[in-house]
Design a protein around this ligand. Sequence first.
Ligand code: NAD
Length: 469
Amino acid sequence: MSDLYLKFVNTPVGKTAAQSLGLPSPIPLKRWQRADQPFLEGDVLVGAANGGKAIAGLGAILNASPARVFHASGAERLEDSAKAGNKAKPLALDGETDTRFSALVFDASGIKDTADLRALYDFFHPSIRKLGRNGRVLIVGQDPASCRTAPYAASQRALEGFTRAIGKEIGKKGATANLLWLAPNTEQQLESSVRFFLSPRSAYVSGQVARIGKSTVTASATNPVAPLTGKVALVTGASRGIGESIADTLARDGATVIGLDIPAAQEELQKVVSRIGGKALTCDITDSQAPAMIAGFIQETFGGIDLVVHNAGITRDKTLGKMPEHFWDMAIAVNLTAEELIDEALLKQDLLRENGRIVCVSSISGIAGNFGQTNYACAKSGVIGYVEAMAKQLKKGITINAVAPGFIETQMTAAMPLTIREAGRRMNSLSQGGLPVDVAEAIAWFCNPASVGVNGNVVRVCGQSLIGR
Ligand code: NAD
C-alpha cells in the first residue's frame, strides 16, 4: 500500500530523474499532527471584491490563529475585525515582497457581474506564485442559487471554474484550492469550514465547492481541540481501511464510537474499539434484522446517537455482460439499501439526536462511472441522490452529507492490478493517492457541531482527480 514512487521522487536522485524524464513529481502532503496544532500558521494574504460580505467573519476566524494576516487593497475592512495586537496589515502586491504565503483567502461574495471578475485576476495574478508548498487557496462566494440577477449568478458560478483551474495549477506544490458558497446571511456559520479548508486536515481535498445554507439551529461555538466531546458515533465498516481511520479520527475529536463490522472481522474490530475506548457491534448490514438490531443496541447502550457514518462498502467488479446477478445485488445492498434502512430505523425511533449528523461514503465512481463497476457506480450515485433528497427532509438541525473518495491507499485499492493502481494514484492534481485519514478528516468536518449549515453536500476527497467533475 506504500507509494514507493512518491518516496523515490523525493530523494535527490529521484527528483533529478523525474525532472529529466518529465514524470510527475508529487510532494509529500502535510497532514494534521497534534491536537493543539493551530489550524493555520505562517503568513496569510486576504483579498476582497467590493469590500466583501464575509470579510468581518473571515477576519475573526483568521485572528484566532497564530498566522500573520495581511490584506491586499480592497480588503481594508479586515482591519476592523482584527484584535488589537494582531491587526491585519496592508501589503502591496508589487512583486517586491519575498513572503511565501501559507494561504490566500479571497472574499468574492461582492462580485456582482462579469466586470467584477477582474478582481480575481488583480488579487491572484501577483500572489499565486508566492503561495508556498502545501499552501491553501480559499475563495468565499455567494451561492448562485440565491443570486437575484443572471449576471450576479453567472459571475458567482464563474468562481467554480476559476477555483478548479487554479487547483490544477498549484497541485504540483501540494497546494489546494476550494470554494465556499454562502446562502444569504450565513456569514456567521463559516468557521468550521474555513478552519477545515485552510488546515492540513483538507490535504487531499482540492477543486471542491461546499455550500453553506441556512439552518434551523444555531451553530455551536467551535471547540478546536475536541469538537465532538459528548457525542456518540456509529461507524460501519470500522475494522480496517477508511472506516478504521474514521473511528480513530472521531474518537480523537472527542466522540465515543460504536464500531460496526461483519462477524468475520470481529477480532480486528475489537482491536480498533479497544484502542479508542469504543464499543464493537458485529452484524452484516444487509441482514434483514440488522436495522432493528442496530437501533436496539443504540437505544440500550446510549439511549440515542449523534453521528452516523455509513462507510461499509464493497466492490464486485465485472463488465455488465459478464456480471453474475449476486454481484449486482450485493453491491446495491451493501453500498446503498443498507444505509437507507438503517437511517429509517433510527429516525423512526427518534434515536438520532438534535443537531445530529449522517455522513455517507460515496465514490468518484458514483460521479463519473467506472469501467467494470456498473453495480458499484449505480449504488454510489444512488448515495448522492439519497443525500440530496434527505437533506431537505431532515429536521432538528440534523444534516446529511457525503464524501466521494478518489484513490485512497487501502486494502481495496492495493488489490487493483499495478497499472490501474498507478494510474489512479497519479491522475489527480496532487499526483498521489490519498490516505484513509484524508477521508476521515472531511467526515469529522461534516460532524462538527459548528457545521450546522453544511447540509446536502457531496465533497470529493480525491486530490482533484481527473476522473469526474
Ligand atoms: P475496505 O474493504 O478496506 O473496508 C470496508 C469495510 O466494510 C470492511 O471492514 C468490511 O468488512 C466492511 N463491510 C463490508 N460489507 C459489510 C457488511 N455487509 N456489513 C458490515 N460491514 C461490511 O474498504 P475501504 O477502502 O476502507 O472503503 C471504505 C468505503 O470507502 C467504502 O464504502 C468504499 O466503497 C469507499 N471508497 C473507497 C475508496 C478507496 O480508494 N479505498 C474510493 C472510493 C470509495
